[in-house]
Design a binder for this molecule. Structure first.
Ligand code: GLP
Length: 250
């Protein structure tokens, strides 16, 4: 019944450890071949253990990120990089400040671009991904609306990096960390579904019972624009890494 390969782990830490080990293998193989490794990265609670594991591999096992180039999925509009809820801040706090990545190899959409310059900024982001050689491994979480990145219901399969309005469910989910929904941005810049699907390997992580219903729709339901994550069914090398609770409805 599963239309996407699913790996169910004893717990989130076991999944994060496995994914970090796969990432290290990829980086080392590319290093040996003299190629950079291009990672597509996600924010939210889901990847935090994975980032912790990458830091552990860097500190304990000499994994180097010198030849790693990263592209983040998304960023809130009108939130400065120093804001504690900006994805720029999140990524530096949870990963970049603790590894040897070169700052010029870090890419996130900017939320502080003048509205009229956003289309050119998004086009440049797409170009930068292409120039880097495309994404080797894209990490994803899933929102309660089934979004990947901030591709809310209605996002076309071939959508590209662009500004989007945030769904009210998504804003409600973000409200506690912003100390109230009135402080949650209403818009974001996100890679599109087409941008994500162009990655050569995609792993979506989901933990906990709250994700079980949307995981079931994405993995077993029809492919449609109501659940953006369902598009992953049509990717040749995508997988869901779940804990027992997130997999409970499969
Ligand atoms: C935000 C991010 C998504 C993320 C989602 C789920 O909306 N833009 O990329 O996947 O939250 O977050 P969490 O992992 O905290 O459940």
């Amino acid at each position: 019944m599963n239309k996407i390969p699913v790996k169910v782990f004893a717990d989130a830490q076991a999944a994060a450890t496995q994914l970090a080990s796969e990432t290290a293998d990829l980086i080392r193989a590319n290093d040996d071949a003299g190629r950079p490794t291009v990672l597509g990265l996600a924010t939210g609670a889901s990847p935090i253990l994975y980032y912790g594991e990458l830091i552990r591999l860097h500190r304990g096992e000499g994994l180097s990120f010198t030849n790693v180039i990263t592209f983040n999925l998304d960023e809130y509009v009108n939130l400065p990089p120093g804001h504690k809820e900006s994805y720029w801040f999140f990524m530096h706090h949870h990963l970049f400040n603790h590894i040897d990545i070169q700052p010029e190899n870090i890419h996130l959409p900017s939320g502080m671009i003048a509205e009229t310059d956003i289309p050119a900024h998004c086009e440049a982001y797409e170009q930068a991904i292409t120039s880097a050689g495309g994404i080797d491994l894209q990490i994803l979480g899933i929102g309660r609306t089934g979004h990947i990145g901030f591709n809310e219901p209605g996002s076309p399969k071939d959508s590209r990096t662009r500004a989007v309005q945030l769904n009210e469910i998504t804003r409600e989910d973000a409200a506690p960390s912003f100390d109230g929904i009135e402080h949650v941005p209403t818009a974001a810049i996100t890679m599109g579904c087409g941008t994500i699907l162009a990655a050569r390997r995609i792993v979506l992580m989901a933990w906990g019972p709250g994700k079980a219903p949307i995981v079931k729709k994405a993995v077993q339901g029809p492919v449609n624009n109501i659940v953006s994550a369902s598009y992953l069914q049509e990717h040749p090398n995508a997988a869901f890494y779940l804990d027992q609770a997130a997999a409970a409805n499969l």
